[in-house]
Design a protein around this ligand. Structure first.
Ligand code: ACM
Length: 634
C-alpha cells in the first residue's frame, strides 16, 4: 500500500480483530469522550449559530462541511433559538478548559461547541470533523454518504501550550503556498506553533531591507538530486537558479494565514554556525581570509563529522564572534525579524558551530585575551550573550538549540532541547524555559521504515519511537517546560509531497504526546486510529508514510557465524511472507514464524506483510550483502 493508493477495502472487508477500526478515531486523543445515546445526521439545510468574533472558525467550518456534503449552510446570530451547530464563547470562562480547550456536545438534534476562546472552538471543530465519515476530508462533492455521527460529550484541553512542528525551508525552499499547505495539515492535529528554520548553509530565505545580497546571492544554489551531502562541488558554469526566499510581504501573509488558524510562527535565524549563505553574501562577516571565494552550498560535503560534534568545517560557515560588523549585521536582521514576526520568541540557532576556523583566527585569539575567555567554547558563549542582548533590546525573548548551554548560558535564554532530553531536563532545573524536540523521538527527517524503502538518512525514528515522546520527562521541572515539537529538516526532502510523507504519521504521535493526557496514550488504540487517518489523508490527498505496515528486518549471527534474519512488524495482526529465490513473495510463500538462516548462495531476500488475504506492506528487497552488514562482524 502506498499513500495515494486507497486501501479502504483492506480495513473494511477484513474480519481480523486488530484491523477493526476503533469506535472513535480522534487524534490527538481527547481528555474525555463519553458516548451518549443516539446519533446525529446533518440535515439538508445546516444552520450555524455564532457571533462575529468567531468569523474565521465559522467560515472554516462552513467550507469543510459544505464542499463534501453539498449542503446549504446558513449562519445566524445566537438570537435565533434553534440551529444545527451552535458555537458558544463562554460568557464566564470555564477554568478547566483554559485558552485552548473546548466542550463538544453532539445530541440527536444539535451540536454545541463551547470554549473560552476562539482557539478552543477551532479545536472543537477539528474533533467534530474527525467524528464524521472520512469523506468529510474531500475537496469535492461526495455523493451517497450519510453524514451521521454518534452522540458524544467531549471535554478536551491540551497537556502543554507549545505544540509545534519545525519546517526547514532553508535546505530546500518551499513556497508560500506550500507552507500554507503544511499549516493546513498541522492544524487538523491541534498543532499551534510553526517553527520556520529560515537560514542555513544552503539558503537565506528572508528578505532583509538594507542587506539585499542575503536574498540576491544567499538564496540561490545549484539544483542537484540524489544523496544530499555527497554531491559534486558545482562548477562556475552551473546556474545558481535553485532556491528562493520570502519577501516581508510574503511573511506577513503567512503570519496572518497561520494566526487565523491559531498558529504562531517562530522565526529561526541560525547563527553562528550554519551561516554559509550569510557569509557568501557578506564575506566580511567571517574571520577567515578567502571567504569571498565561497558559494552557497548545493549539497556538497562541507563538514567532516567523523570526529563527532562539533564538526570540522571544510569551508568556514561561521559568523566571526570577534568581528563587530557581525553584531551590527545581526542588529539589522533582528530589528526586522522582531518587527515582522509578532511571536514573543526569536530562535537564534546556536547548534553545531565548528570551532576549527576560530581556533586559527588571530581576531578570536585577541577577543579571548580581551574578554578573559578560557577556551573556544566560551567564544560561542560570548557570542550568544551578545546576541541575546540584541534580541532582548527588540522586546523579544531569545531561544537557542541546546548547544547554547555548553558555555555560560545567557540568563534569559529559552532552550530548544534536541540532542537528548537530558539537556532540556537540565535547563528546566536551571529555570530556563524549555521546548523539547529530542532527535531520538522527534526528528522527522529520520527514516521511518527500512532503508531500502526510504530516502536514506543516517538514522531512523519509527512511529512507535515517536509515540514514546514525553514533553515532560522524569526529572524535568514541569514549570519550565513550555512543550514540544517535531523537527522536519529537509536536506533529503526535495518537495512538499515528501515533506508530508516525512511528517505523517509521526506528526500524529507528536500531536498526541503534546495534547493528550499521558495516561490516555495507548499504542494499540493509537495505531487503530492512525489507519483511519490514513484513509482520511488519502481523501484529503495529503501524503504520509505507510511504513507501519512494512516488515522490520534485523540480522544477527548464529554461533557458527551464519547470518540469521529476524522479521517483526510495528503493528499487530500482520503476517510476514518471504523468499530467497528472487521472486516476489505472496501469502502462498513461506510464512515467517522464527528467525531464518540465509541459504548458502542466496543473493537477496524479499519480504512482504499481509493482513489476512490482503498484501498491506511494501515489498522489501534486501541484498544478502546488506543483511551481512546488518548482522555485524563475523
Ligand atoms: C540540530 O539538529 N542541529 C538542531
Amino acid at each position: 500500500m502506498g499513500s495515494g493508493t486507497s486501501n479502504s477495502s483492506v480495513i473494511d472487508s477484513n474480519t481480523n480483530f486488530t484491523s477493526r477500526p476503533p469506535e472513535f478515531s480522534i487524534i490527538p486523543e481527547p481528555v474525555s469522550l463519553l458516548k451518549t445515546n443516539g446519533s446525529f445526521t446533518l440535515p439538508d439545510k445546516i444552520v450555524v449559530l455564532a457571533t462575529p468574533e468567531m468569523k474565521f472558525v465559522v467560515d472554516y467550518l462552513k467550507e469543510k462541511l459544505s464542499i463534501p456534503t453539498g449542503k446549504f449552510i446558513a449562519e445566524f446570530a445566537h438570537t435565533q433559538a434553534t440551529g444545527t451547530i451552535r458555537l458558544v464563547l463562554n460568557p464566564r470562562p470555564d477554568a478547566t478548559l483554559g485558552n485552548e480547550g473546548y466542550h463538544l456536545s453532539v445530541t440527536p438534534t444539535m451540536i454545541i461547541i463551547k470554549a473560552n476562546q476562539a482557539a478552543g472552538l477551532f479545536y472543537g471543530v477539528q474533533s467534530l470533523l474527525q467524528l464524521f465519515p472520512k469523506e468529510i476530508e474531500s475537496k469535492e462533492l461526495v455523493e451517497g454518504v450519510t453524514w451521521k455521527i454518534p452522540c458524544v460529550e467531549v471535554t478536551d484541553y491540551p497537556r502543554v501550550a507549545w505544540r509545534g512542528l519545525m519546517f526547514d525551508v532553508a535546505r530546500h525552499f518551499f513556497t508560500k503556498q506550500e507552507v500554507k499547505q503544511y499549516i493546513d495539515a498541522m492544524v487538523r492535529y491541534k498543532f499551534n506553533l510553526l517553527h520556520l528554520h529560515l537560514t542555513d548553509d544552503e539558503g537565506w530565505r528572508l528578505e532583509i531591507k538594507g542587506l539585499p545580497k542575503l536574498t540576491e546571492v544567499g538564496a540561490w544554489n545549484v539544483k542537484k538530486v540524489g544523496d544530499f551531502g555527497t554531491f559534486s562541488t558545482p562548477g562556475a558554469d552551473e546556474p545558481r537558479t535553485y532556491g528562493g526566499f520570502y519577501t516581508q510581504d510574503d511573511v506577513r501573509e503567512l503570519i496572518k494565514y497561520a494566526k487565523d488558524r491559531f498558529v504562531d510562527i517562530l522565526p529561526e535565524i541560525d547563527v553562528p554556525g550554519h551561516s554559509l549563505a550569510a557569509v557568501v553574501s557578506y564575506p566580511e562577516l567571517s574571520c577567515t581570509p578567502g571567504a569571498e571565494t565561497y558559494r552557497v552550498r548545493s549539497g556538497e560535503r562541507i563538514m567532516d563529522w567523523s570526529k563527532g560534534a562539533p564538526p570540522i568545517a571544510l569551508v568556514d560557515n561561521t559568523l566571526c564572534p570577534a568581528n563587530e560588523k557581525v553584531y551590527a549585521f545581526l542588529d539589522t536582521v533582528i530589528t526586522q525579524v522582531a518587527a515582522l514576526f509578532p511571536f514573543e520568541y526569536i530562535h537564534m540557532g546556536g547548534d553545531e558551530a565548528p570551532i576549527n576556523y576560530w581556533q586559527k583566527s588571530e581576531a578570536i585569539k585577541a577577543l579571548m585575551l580581551r574578554e578573559g575567555l578560557k577556551d573556544i567554547h566560551q567564544v560561542q558563549g560570548y557570542f550568544e550573550k551578545r546576541v541575546e542582548k540584541i534580541v532582548e533590546s527588540k522586546g523579544k525573548k531569545f531561544m537557542g538549540w541546546d548547544e547554547i548551554m555548553e558555555s555560560d548560558i545567557p540568563t534569559g535564554a529559552a532552550v530548544m532541547s534536541w540532542r537528548s532530553p537530558k539537556f532540556g531536563i537540565e535547563a528546566s532545573r536551571a529555570k530556563h524555559e524549555v521546548v523539547m524536540s529530542p532527535q531520538g523521538t522527534n526528528y522527522l527527517d529520520l527514516m521511518q521504515g527500512d532503508v531500502t524503502s526510504e530516502s536514506k538518512v543516517y538514522n531512523s525514528v519509527r512511529l512507535g519511537k515517536a509515540y514514546e515522546f514525553d514533553p515532560i520527562p522524569a526529572g524535568a521541572d514541569p514549570k519550565y517546560i513550555k512543550g514540544g515539537q517535531g523537527n522536519l529538516w529537509t536536506e533529503q526532502v526535495y518537495n512538499i509531497r515528501q515533506a508530508e510523507y516525512m511528517t505523517w504519521p509521526r506528526g500524529y504521535a507528536i500531536a498526541e504526546s503534546v495534547w493528550s493526557p499521558k495516561e490516555k496514550k495507548n499504542w494499540t488504540n493509537f495505531t487503530g486510529k492512525v489507519e483511519q487517518h490514513f484513509h482520511r489523508m488519502d481523501i484529503a490527498e495529503t501524503k504520509y508514510s505507510p511504513a507501519i505496515y512494512d516488515p522490520i528486518v534485523k540480522a544477527s549471527r548464529t554461533a557458527d557465524k551464519q547470518v540469521m534474519v529476524e522479521l517483526t512488524t510495528e503493528i499487530d495482526g500482520l503476517d510476514i511472507y518471504y523468499s530467497f529465490d528472487n521472486s516476489t513473495p505472496d501469502r502462498f510463500y513461506p510464512k515467517y514464524t522464527e528467525k531464518v538462516v540465509i541459504p548458502k548462495d542466496a543473493n537477496q531476500m524479499r519480504v512482504i506483510t499481509y493482513r489476512g488475504k490482503q498484501a498491506i506492506g511494501r515489498l522489501l528487497t534486501i541484498a544478502v550483502d546488506d543483511l551481512n552488514k546488518r548482522a555485524g562482524k563475523r
